[in-house]
Structure formats: C-alpha cells, structure tokens
Design a protein around this ligand. Structure first.
Ligand code: BGC
Length: 334
C-alpha cells in the first residue's frame, strides 16, 4: 500500500509504503530508501525511531533509518585513491567525509517498485557525485521475512568505484527514551580503535577486559560511562566490530523487555553506535529521541577500508555487481 508522506525540498512527492505479514508491519519511504517503521505485531511495538512525515526527516541530520552511501561512515580527510588516481569527497565531519558526503543517498528520492512482500528502490549516482568516480546504479530491496526484514543492496558501475552501503536504523525495542538498559551480545571478540575524530583506525584489538566486551550478554549501558579513552573519543560506543567468517551470519543480538532482535549480515562487520549525538528530536507519535535512546547496528565494511589495503575493499569493479544483505529478525525469548 502506497500513500503520500509529504514533499522533498524540490517539491516532489515522497511516498510511504506499507507491507505486512502475520508477524511484521514494515513502512519504508522512497526519500533516502528509509526504514520508517518496523512493528512487531505480537506486542505492537515499533522497534525503530522515525518521524510522522518526510519534512521532519529533512530537519534532522542523524540519518535515522536511512540508506547510506556511497560509503558508510568516515573516509579520512575525504581522500582515497583507486587505480592510482586520487579522489576527494566533501569533508563534513571534523576533518573527514562521513556517510557519503554533503548529500548522500539518505537525502535522495529513490525510484520505488512495490511488490507483494517487498519494495525495490533504485537510485543512479552519477559520475563525480560527491567526488566519486563512475556512474553507480544502486538497488536496495526491503523484503518481509517470516519474522523480520531483509535489506539487500546491490551496486553496479561503469567504472571501478566505491560502494559501501549500510542501513542506519536506530533501534529501541521498548519504545522508551533509554536504550542503555537493553541487553547486547556480539558475536565477536575484537573491535577497531578510533581516533579523537571518530575515524576507525586499522588497529583491531581484543575486547577482553575492556568496556567493549559483549561476548556474553551485558546491558548496553553497563560500562558506557567508564573512564576509557575510546569511549571518550566516541562519547559512548561508536566503533567497528569485525565479525569472523563469511556469508550471512549472526553478528549481534539486542534484547528489550519483550522483543529480541538479531542482526545478521554478510558484510565484514558492523558498527555499534549508541546514538550519542541524538539531540532529542520529537519523533513519531510524540516520542522523544534523546541521546542514547537507541542502538544502531550498522552492518558494513570497515570504515575507511579504502585507505587500509589489508582490509576487505569496498570496491565494485566495472561491469560487476556488489551485493550484500542485512537481516533484522525478531523473537520473543524470555
Ligand atoms: C557514526 C557516528 C555518527 C552517526 C550519525 C554513525 O554511523 O559512526 O559517529 O554520529 O552515524 O551520523
């Protein structure tokens, strides 16, 4: 089902699509190919933060629910080289380029096709957009699964270029104003250090005996206020966890009072972000979104990987397809 969700800054109509099955109701919009709502029908809880109209999305700059690209997270100094040529993306976050540049995929109006259990969004990012080489044809498919949502992203280009997608949903599984009382388990025992500007470094260390250890269940906020340089740099958790293995695999589980959410993906890892910079938006149906009211589990390549040759490279080669999947699945464990 499709309905109007307002107008973008060029005056074009933005549409909201509703898909549902027995257990899930999912709302997505073509502005930013964004996940607007993810309702667990058994409890009636909407698991993601969002807004009631596109105009409210356009007022914020925290990427709520959006598709991110061409490159998720930061590129150092907005500079990278590919095939011996140096490229520059706009610096929009301290000294670095974050989440695709000044106007990333999150602010674009995508072309949408609705089917019974999916919506396919397409966007063409032209050669040179935000400094990136090559025309990049992007497809993002949101599909209902029996117990959750699958997000498949695909990039194809006429030149070698970067494509490092993620979905930037902010989860609060209790519809509360504080997600720090959620349980979290991460299927990894290492994380990457960041610098003072939040740039992920090519330095992967053990989580053992640090606040970053979620190998066993722990409340998200249990150690978040510890005196720790990495937590100070991020104003909380804002760090990449590489997850061993390949293919679709469980990466993290987040547990609210009634709902448990498993994030699975075939990306190399994910970014744990505890919404440290949410300024207190007024969201859907009058809900408030203060700092730390949500947890983001952003499956992705290692941030700045293009500048770290030993890491898996987020490069789509000319004429090839780079495809990844992210799944958010729910259960009701006690
Ligand atoms: C980044 C944060 C940033 C947030 C919203 C996250 O992916 O790592 O540093 O504040 O997105 O932009």
């Amino acid at each position: 089902m499709k309905k109007s969700f307002g107008f973008n800054k060029e005056g074009k109509e933005v549409s909201l699509y509703t898909l549902e099955n027995e257990k899930i109701r999912m709302l997505v919009m073509d502005y930013g190919a964004t996940l607007v709502s993810f309702v667990d029908k058994e409890t009636g809880i909407d698991l993601v933060e969002g807004f009631d109209c596109v105009e409210d999305y356009m007022k914020q700059d925290t990427y709520i629910g959006a598709s991110i690209g061409r490159t998720a997270n930061r590129i150092k100094d907005g500079t990278f080289s590919l095939n011996g040529k140096t490229y520059h993306c706009p610096v929009n976050n301290g000294p670095n380029c974050n989440h695709g540049g000044m106007e990333g995929f999150d602010k674009k109006l995508w072309h949408a096709v609705e089917e019974e259990d999916s919506v396919t969004f397409r966007y063409t990012s032209i050669d040179g957009e935000e400094g990136y080489p090559g025309n990049l044809f992007v497809k993002v498919v949101y599909q209902l699964k029996e117990n959750g949502i699958s997000i498949v992203s695909e990039g194809r280009s006429d030149q070698d270029t970067l494509f490092a997608y993620t979905n930037h949903s902010y989860f609060n599984l209790d519809e509360s104003e504080n997600a720090m009382d959620h349980g979290l388990k991460i299927y990894g025992d290492q994380y990457a250090l960041s610098d003072q500007d939040g740039l992920t470094l090519d330095e992967v260390v053990s989580v053992k005996n640090t606040p970053f250890d979620f190998a066993e269940w722990k409340l998200v906020g249990k150690d978040i206020n510890e005196d720790n340089q990495q937590l100070r740099f991020g104003a909380g958790y804002d760090h990449h966890y590489p997850i061993k293995g390949q293919g679709l695999r469980d990466m993290a589980i987040l547990k609210g009072k009634k709902v448990t959410l498993t994030m699975r993906s075939d990306f190399p890892g994910f970014h744990l972000y505890t919404a440290n910079w949410l300024p207190g938006w007024k969201g859907k149906r009058g809900h408030n979104y203060p700092k730390r009211s949500a947890v983001c589990l952003e499956a992705e390549y290692m941030p700045n990987a293009i500048n770290y040759p030993d890491q898996v490279q987020p490069v789509v080669h000319a004429g090839e397809i780079l495809k990844h999947e992210i799944q958010f699945l729910i259960s009701h464990e006690k």
